[in-house]
Design a protein around this ligand. Structure first.
Ligand SMILES: O=C(O)c1ccccc1NCC(=O)[C@H](O)[C@H](O)COP(=O)(O)O
Length: 213
């Protein structure tokens, strides 16, 4: 069976990128959301994107971004994928995909079985799905909250598109999450941090190691 592919989201320094590359991560996530402790301004994001070695996919994460914002991001740096982490409709996902010519991953927040219904429509227009915990109603961030959902909800699911499991994953629980869900790709942010926005390189390496056990 193919090796588990890991995405680490919310990198902020060139040392983070080097640590991700040496840990064997497949994707890095660059966050463009002003309220986030992981938010990047374009010049810093460009440095990180240029520091990524060939083969390490660079994913730009945005939340309900308009075309002007996406134009600025995509013109400033080389990217391999766009992650849409807001309330973008299936039509908007299709529009973004066509406009930028990049694969698009749509995040779907899950708290209960009903939330999974949206995956069908998004599967028709997105290249990948990110199945994440739904944020609490009063959350400041739509993702990156370190919250898990009940993995049993996706345990038996058949998927129309490649997907990633996200939400509250850590080096301590990722092996169990993969065992329960059969995910072949996993995404982590706060579970490999020492404080919000500060990546812990030892935990990044431990996450990749345990995801592959
Ligand atoms: O990380 C953020 O600050 C963030 C801000 C706005 C939208 C999404 C955001 N993060 C998404 C992710 O980092 C992950 O894709 C995912 O939600 C897992 O996060 P975590 O539960 O912290 O591992």
């Amino acid at each position: 069976m193919a090796e588990i592919r890991v995405k680490i989201c919310g990198l902020r320094t060139e040392a983070d990128v080097a640590a991700a590359a040496s840990a064997g991560v497949a994707y890095i996530g660059l966050v463009f959301f002003a309220k986030s402790p992981r938010n990047l301004e374009l010049p810093q994001a460009r440095l990180l994107a240029l520091a990524a070695p060939v083969g390490l996919a660079k994913v730009a994460l945005t939340v309900d971004a308009d075309d002007a914002t996406l134009d600025a991001i995509t013109e400033a740096m080389p990217l391999d994928m766009l992650q849409l982490h807001g309330h973008e409709s299936p039509d908007r996902v299709a529009e973004v995909r066509a406009r930028y010519g990049l694969p698009v991953m749509k995040a779907v927040g899950v708290a209960d079985e009903g939330d999974l219904a949206a995956t069908f429509d998004y599967s028709l227009v997105a290249d990948q799905l990110l199945i994440d915990a739904k944020p609490p109603k009063d959350a400041a961030l739509p993702g990156g909250n370190g919250l898990a959902f009940d993995w049993r909800l996706v345990a038996q699911r058949r998927w129309l598109r490649p997907w990633m499991l996200a939400g509250g994953l850590t080096p301590e629980n990722v092996a169990e999450a993969i065992r329960l869900t059969n995910a072949r790709q996993v995404d982590v942010s706060s579970g490999v941090e020492s404080a919000p926005g500060i990546k812990d390189h030892a935990r990044m390496a431990a996450f990749v190691r345990t995801a592959r056990v």
